[in-house]
Design a protein around this ligand. Structure first.
Ligand SMILES: [Zn+2]
Ligand SMILES: [Zn+2]
Length: 253
């Protein structure tokens, strides 16, 4: 056996230890190397990067050439410091979220937690969060679904980052109605009191990271952030799997 072959064997044994063979894409089941998703699935999840960039505040995806702040954040800055997502709410990412949420494919949470961790480390700024807060469901919704997908994601993310998850820190009192078409005052009435913090001591003086599956209008993240800040949190940032595309039709009146 030549030296080159020996080295190759040792290298491949080492690779097997690190990345056991037979790994498959967490979504489509095609074989993969060390990645969670196969090349095709990854390409689809990250395809937005070619045409869009995130709003500097809320992370909603803006078409190239539309500036760095979306229309919503120009009108009114959100109370959270910054929100970022893995990708656009559509295509494969939408299907993955659907499977997690409505088909109960909880095993997806682990790989998705790793994708979220990538966003937190790369895109949410240098200050690390101290506590993860999943966006809660109402008690009725939790009972009918039997689990909260945001909490599964927060726990998977917490394992990646070595951070605690405060699943009870925030309580959802009621659903927030869609914000579209409401006046500013009606929007705030709609949001105020949708969430509450039963134990202020859990969040007071801490940098929080709010975790959810999707950020679309941002209304839920805004309502959660308002409740957490009024309970004394130092800051709130937001990470989600998917976020909305700010299409040009929405920008012009
Ligand atoms: Zn795949
Ligand atoms: Zn924005």
């Amino acid at each position: 056996m030549g030296t080159a072959t020996k080295i190759e064997r040792v290298m491949s044994m080492f690779a097997d230890l690190l990345f056991p063979r037979g790994k498959v894409c967490a979504w489509c089941g095609r074989p993969v190397g060390r990645e969670l998703l196969c090349t095709e699935c990854r390409r689809e999840v990250y395809s937005w990067r070619e045409e869009y960039h995130p709003c500097r505040y809320c992370g909603r995806l803006l078409p190239a050439g539309q500036g760095d702040t979306c229309r919503h954040c120009q009108e009114e800055r959100p109370p959270f410091q910054r929100a970022r997502a893995v990708g656009a709410y559509g295509g494969i990412l939408k299907e993955i979220i659907w499977a997690l949420k409505y088909q109960g494919r909880r095993s997806l949470a682990g790989p998705l937690g790793i994708l979220l961790a990538g966003v937190v480390l790369k895109e949410l700024g240098p200050e690390s969060p101290q506590l993860l807060i999943p966006v809660p469901l109402t008690a009725a919704r939790l009972q009918s679904r039997s689990f909260n997908q945001a909490e599964l994601l927060a726990r998977a993310l917490g394992r990646e980052l070595g951070l605690a998850v405060a699943g009870q820190a925030l309580v959802r009192v009621r659903e927030t109605a869609p914000q579209v078409g409401l006046s500013r005052q009606a929007r705030w009435q709609n949001l105020a009191g949708a969430f509450r913090v039963p134990e202020h001591g859990l969040v007071r003086g801490r940098r929080l990271l709010l975790v959810d599956d999707v950020l679309t209008t941002g209304a839920t993240a805004v309502a959660c952030t308002a409740a957490l800040l009024s309970a004394g949190a130092t800051s709130v940032r937001v990470v989600t799997l998917a976020t909305g595309l700010e299409v040009i039709a929405n920008i012009s009146p």
